[in-house]
Design a protein around this ligand. Structure first.
Ligand SMILES: [Ca+2]
Length: 99
């Protein structure tokens, strides 16, 4: 399997693992989203600011369902990938072009 296919499978597996913990297995509830952020994106949340999960959920929840569906999750992953790319120095030491 190619590196990209492994990455896509991993992205799918992570969503399924956390979305299947309670209720609808096709979306992340707030507690599921919180757990995913805490365990898969260590350091992303500030433990001193419990409102961050609400802010992330509000930002991702495009259809105002109160949960994060797969499309909304993919948007988060894509944004994070762009952020990682932006912070990666180029061979000349300057930040790479933003997406
Ligand atoms: Ca939603």
């Amino acid at each position: 399997m190619s590196d990209l296919m492994i990455s896509i499978k991993s992205m799918l597996d992570v969503f399924t693992r956390y979305a299947s913990r309670d209720g609808d297995p096709n979306s992340l509830s707030k507690p599921e989203l919180k757990e995913l952020l805490e365990k898969e994106l260590t350091g992303f949340l500030d433990p001193k600011d419990p409102s961050q999960v609400d802010q992330v959920l509000k930002g991702l929840d495009q259809d105002k369902s109160g949960t994060v569906d797969f499309q909304e999750y993919v948007t988060m992953v894509a944004v994070l990938a762009c952020m990682c790319r932006d912070f990666k120095p180029s061979s000349k030491g300057a930040a790479q072009k933003k997406c």
